[in-house]
Design a protein around this ligand. Sequence first.
Ligand code: ADP
Ligand code: ZN
Length: 627
Amino acid sequence: MRGRPFNLWLLLLVAILIAWAVSLGSPQEVTGTLPYSTFLNEIDAGRVREVVIQGDRLSGRLADGSRFVTYAPAPPETQAVRSWAEQGIEVRVKPPGSSMAWPGLLVPLLAIGALVFGFWYFSRNARGGGGTDGAFGFTKSRARVLTEAPKTTFGDVAGAEEAKEELKEIVEYLKHPQRFREMGARTPKGVLLVGPPGSGKTHIARAVAGEARVPFITASGSDFVEMFVGVGAARVRDLFETARRNAPCIVFIDEIDAVGRRRGVSMGGGNDEREQTLNQLLVEMDGFNQETNIIVMAATNRPDVLDPALLRPGRFDRQIEIGAPDVRGREAILRIHARGKPLADDVDLAEVAKRTPGFVGADLENLLNEAALLAARDGRKRITMSDLEEAADRVMMGPAKRSMVFTERDRRITAYHEAGHALAAHFLEHADPVHKVTIVPRGRALGFMMPKREEMLHWTRKRLLDQIAVSLAGRAAEELIFDDVTTGAENDFRQATELARRMITEWGMHPEFGTVAYAVREDTYLGGYETRRYSEETARRIDEAVRDLITREYRRVKALLEDRRAVLERVAEALLERETLTAEMIERLVQGLPPESPEKPPGGEGSGLEGRRVIPKIKPGGALGGA
Ligand code: ADP
Ligand code: ZN
């Protein structure tokens, strides 16, 4: 076998060059990159003919036939995409990263793909099958294997108490698998860690391996995304081959959404490869038997785009959320990373934590590192508070800043807004009670109130009305306190309006309209849309009824908050102070007590990062976002 790889590589290189040359002949008049705002103007002016959406990269053709590329600040909202489609623009959605931008290259490359696959296949068979590194290691997974257990332990992970608690079971299983088997328990296989970049998903997975003293094998979803059909799947096979050789062990797959996106949702071809890769992953996980002591941990920020097949029992059936840390979590993380760094006496890490809302673990680590660099540059022996402050600014401004940073005024408004939601949920009899409320930003929301969702299959009319009132309470609180309103309630209104409209058109809950199905909803890849089955006249009456219903609920909830203004202020101030309040804390604040009972020393439970099991959502509504 030796010696042959070289020839194959040479062949491949030549073939690619030929393909390239062929592709140069095909026209590709790209006008260039448009600023996103210009693109929106073009849309408004009706000068866009076709748009291809790949994550936040938008490309397409203008009415005059020229091509353009633009980058949106974030992948466009379904709503916007739908409205473009309604304007007659030809909209296609593709998975980000599939580079279909070279149609000219595609055909020759496919031919080469077949060629390479053929070589790979034969060489594999020549070695009596089962060989996984193929002819030239092309199909080797790029997994990084730590054959020794990592040194990281749970002691190195600050906060995240709930997440650690859940992961302890995995540690136990890896340490004593026979105990689990003797009990006849179904052994865990896959854990999905959900959270924004830098929040410590890799870190905590590594700590699980460290605690259990097993090897930690990492790969990234993007390693498996390749042009050639079959390569990704072969790499997955190789990854699990490695894992089996090292079992018991942990396989960590970062960015699982790169391979695990919902199959068949994206239009446009080029998904075969990804589909095969995903299938291979499922096959491997299903192939584990009682003796396979492998735990697969995967990380993502987008659990919503994952293929449902991945989340079935026996696969990634556990989800653990690793959110951005709150003020105490940040302090704990700072303490961990300050170990071994000489700090001056004036340094107060609690103060630094207070000033860095929105920072995730990676940002805080970066902050301490920058501060150390600043001190070293000035030839000082210790890191001072002013170093830390300057470092915080740098991290905040710097390109590496990954999460949201917001001003004191934003925080105040958010605190009152979320306190409004929380109190409405608390006081309205039929609304889902508060689970927790936070002003730690997540995703695009500046804060959110998470209701304790009771698993009721039936949404009663009273519950829906109270739910609408809860959605509107954020805005009501803003108006009450600041005598002005902000744009932050857009999402709330959307939720409230949607519920109100569906009460009338689908659920027969409005006396005037009776039990008639006016609208039929269809779920498509672009989200649900409704088919209207009513006249213009009825449409107008529905609009009016929706508005009346919403106005009535808004008045009701505003009056409720007005009557309890003192409580609202207490809750909002407590939120500003602590950033996250639990149901018990809100209950105490409502009763006029301090948020925490005196027997619990502050910071005692050390809960900083949010780690909790994600509760599957029932249809209407989710957490009520503040932005
Ligand atoms: P993710 O995988 O979520 O993108 P990482 O696990 O790579 O994030 O985290 C980046 C760095 O941030 C880690 O190397 C770790 O040092 C630090 N970090 C994140 N969260 C924590 C935490 N809870 N405690 C201590 N350090 C943390
Ligand atoms: Zn809100």
